[in-house]
Ligand binder design. Structure first.
Ligand code: BGC
Length: 746
């Protein structure tokens, strides 16, 4: 507090001395004028100080000029608790409990950009209230393998879906005067060996699959900051990779924001200076572990940089560019006097958490319409599984939260049924009993001294005696189970859950599996259970969200943002590409893990489509408690434009007897091409709410850009004349209608 008062006093002094407000403090002046004015007043030392951390999550600004400190916070799903100055441990504040929002995979599964806007706005309000200038999120790395430990922090496998969701998220956050920091740019697609992974990716794959989300965030969402990844690309670390940062992000995309390193991702001064990095954070912390303490003056972009400038090793051109970018970031956030105040833990945020979760949960299977359960019917429910009682907002790495509260699935179900509840809970297995992360402890004691056999036997007894079994299991954000810095070791569920589910299905014909995870898992028992729900980490309102869907207060409307593989071999990264790679060397001769992305553009459904594989559930799949029928699609060429623009329209009807939402999906197939192309690619989607019996026309515009591929030889997007199909469906494997169009030679 004292420090910020001092800064205000200094700024006021700057105003008084000259009698007029200096340009850089005058927010009626254009941003670039203010930036140049501030830059011209700074000493070399002040410039160098501006571009590296002073504590675990902050940078110092320029106290002499009243240029504010920049405070960052994790993460994509809630505002991280306050940590000590130079440690990861929490500072034990009593007023920093946040709203824990659903994981980003849940947001992706809403297929609803309005939800992304609501999410961004709400989390941005919490960050603003805590006086943070930069929110370290969203994470948008492509789901290349279901084993990636951080898939739950990302938005799925499809570049179009990612691009569509990231833009409103960024806009929502930044409407609070808080910068989104889009991460991890780029190709940070696994956690194992994350500091040495060196993806080998061709340009076409890079531009078609791995960059579109980032490009949309930079050019449409106007994200004010980006975070570089820990990994390498073409032998150079991503956080200061000249191709990614200078050539693409700042060059081709003309982006004027600031690149922030991942925490501990900088290894060298020279390349950090020239490779397009603007701010260095977390050095010697190696991400999640600790190295030297209070080492800020020794940062690669601190004294070593200053000395290098003084002895003529570096010019000041790069430094001035970095400073301009950091000043822009500061003026847009910490020094925007008009930014709103924000709010924390409000009723609106709780409502947003609930609504996003309800729209995101995916009903994968519903044999015999076992769901929804009728809350009015007298029935005995056996709830089985550790995730019914485990707090999931704690753990998983940097996205771990100190939530204001968290309603467990079991409590949510009990609350929904009230007096009518006839519930027996049996844990079934012991998975992870640790409910602590960086000093934040979730208030559930999960220790259990019973043997695995006893736990299983109890669950089977409960199942035999029940009308319905709700198995609530999955992963849990512990190491190797959806957690930063580790990948999963197998596609299978851990802790004997497969065997347990099989046994439950033998004991009772009415089993519903609620799988809580942020990524796909193998489901060898799929045909033996009636219902399957993909529930994500749903934050504060987990239990209420699930109960509202299980008992039909809300009709499910989520769709899968990734292909739900039956086996790892159905995933191109494992079948063709390498994972986790093989030893190689970087540009300096250091040992790295080369990962050839041999599957190229054939990621996710692009791979299963091409190879006629039937996954457990396809990309875009999700059921409802009502039914939707699709009419014939019709197409027209849009007049009055110089480009080829087509409009395709399809009538969609709710033929059931409940209000419901359907995600109508548009895929484009190139029927004649000089290049290999995916069987089809997502190029549009709309989520529509329909009352029973209601029909609505759903329209999409398709232009050249949607028909193009990236031609590496000419480094440009090319749409070739010829025939294309526009396919409209309820999932990537459930196409209901289609029309062909012809692109004429120009
Ligand atoms: C993670 C980032 C995170 C940062 C700060 C790193 O380990 O990769 O996503 O924002 O730590 O906590």
């Amino acid at each position: 507090m004292k420090k910020s008062l001092a800064i205000i006093a200094l700024a006021a002094a700057a105003v008084n001395a000259s009698g007029a407000t200096p340009t850089y403090l005058d927010d009626s002046r254009p941003l670039e004028e203010r930036v140049e004015d501030a830059l011209s007043r700074m000493t070399l030392r002040e410039k160098v100080n501006l571009i590296h951390a002073q504590s675990k999550f902050s940078a110092p600004g320029v106290p002499r000029l009243g240029i504010a400190e920049l405070w960052c916070t994790d993460g994509p799903m809630g505002v991280r608790p306050e940590v000590l100055w130079d440690e990861w441990e929490q500072a034990e504040w009593t007023n920093d409990s946040c709203t824990a929002f659903p994981s980003l995979t849940a947001l992706a599964a809403t297929w609803n950009p309005d939800m992304a806007m609501l999410y961004g706005k709400s989390i941005g309000e919490e960050a603003r209230f805590r006086n943070k200038s930069v929110l370290l999120g969203p994470g948008i790395n492509i789901y290349r393998t279901p084993l990636n430990g951080r898939n739950f922090e990302y938005i799925g496998e499809d570049p179009y879906l990612v691009a569509s969701m990231v833009v409103p998220y960024v806009e929502g956050v930044q409407s609070n005067g808080v910068a989104a920091c889009v991460k991890h740019f780029a190709l940070n697609n696994n956690e194992i060996n994350r500091h040495t992974s060196n993806p080998i990716v061709d340009d076409r794959t890079l531009y078609e699959i791995y960059l579109p989300g980032f490009k949309a965030a930079a050019t449409e969402g106007n994200a004010w900051s980006f975070m570089g990844g820990y990994n390498l690309f073409r032998g150079e670390h991503a956080s200061y990779n000249p191709i990614l940062m200078n050539q693409i992000l700042k060059g081709e995309w003309g982006w004027d924001g600031a690149v922030i390193s991942d925490w501990g991702a900088v290894h060298d001064t020279r390349t950090a200076v020239t490779g397009g990095l603007d701010m260095e954070f977390g050095s010697w912390t190696n991400g999640l572990t600790n190295g030297a303490s209070n080492a800020y003056d020794n940062y690669f972009l601190a004294n070593p940089y200053y000395e290098g400038i003084m002895d003529g090793t570096y010019s000041t051109d790069e430094l001035d560019d970095k400073v301009r970018r950091v000043l822009r970031l500061t003026f847009r956030t910490a020094m925007d006097r008009n930014r709103p105040w924000g709010s924390m833990g409000s009723d609106e945020h709780v409502a947003a958490c609930l609504e996003i979760g309800q729209e995101g949960v995916v009903l994968l299977q519903n044999e015999g319409d076992i769901l929804p359960l009728n809350p009015e019917r007298k029935m005995k429910i056996a709830v089985v599984g550790e995730n019914a009682i485990k707090a999931m907002t704690v753990g998983g790495g940097s996205s771990s939260l100190k939530a204001r509260y968290e309603i467990s699935p079991l409590d949510g179900i009990k609350k929904r049924l009230g007096d009518k509840a006839d519930i027996v809970y049996a844990r079934g297995y012991v998975g992870d009993t640790n409910n602590e992360y960086n000093g934040v402890v979730a208030g559930v004691d999960l220790t259990d001294s019973r043997s695995p056999e006893e736990l299983k036997a109890e669950a089977i007894r409960a199942a035999k005696d029940a009308d319905v079994v709700l198995f609530i299991g999955g992963l849990n954000k512990s190491n190797n189970q959806d957690c930063e810095d580790t990948d999963r070791l197998t596609l299978d569920l851990p802790y004997g859950q497969n065997e347990l589910i099989e046994a439950l299905a033998e004991a009772n014909p009415n089993v519903v599996v609620v799988n809580i995870s942020g990524t796909g898992v193998a489901m060898p028992w799929k045909d033996k259970v009636k219902g399957i729900m993909q529930a994500w980490y749903l934050g504060n309102e987990t239990g209420n969200t699930l109960a509202s869907l299980i008992f039909g207060d809300v009709n499910p409307s989520g769709k899968l943002p990734y292909t739900y593989y039956a086996t790892l071999e159905q995933c191109g990264a494992h079948a063709l590409g390498e994972y986790p790679g093989h030893p190689g060397t970087d540009q300096l001769g250091n040992e790295v893990m080369d990962i050839p992305y041999n599957e190229g553009i054939f990621v996710g459904y692009r791979f299963t489509d091409k190879n006629n594989l039937t996954p457990s559930f396809p990309f875009g799949h999700g059921l409802s408690y009502t039914d939707f029928s699709y009419g014939e699609a019709r197409v027209g060429r849009k007049e009055g434009t110089n480009e080829d623009v087509f409009t395709v329209t399809v009538p969609v009807t709710n033929t059931g007897n409940r209000v419901g939402k359907e995600v109508v999906q548009l895929y484009v197939a190139d029927l004649e091409s000089s290049q290999p192309r995916p069987v089809k690619e997502l190029k549009g989607f709309r989520k529509v709410a329909l009352a029973p019996g209601e029909t609505r026309d759903v329209s999409f515009e398709v232009s050249n850009a949607d028909l193009s591929f990236f031609d590496a030889a000419t480094h440009s997007w090319v749409s070739e004349p010829g025939e294309f199909s526009l396919l409209i469906g309820s999932s990537s494997a459930d196409i209901r209608s289609g029309v062909n169009i012809t692109l004429l030679p120009r």
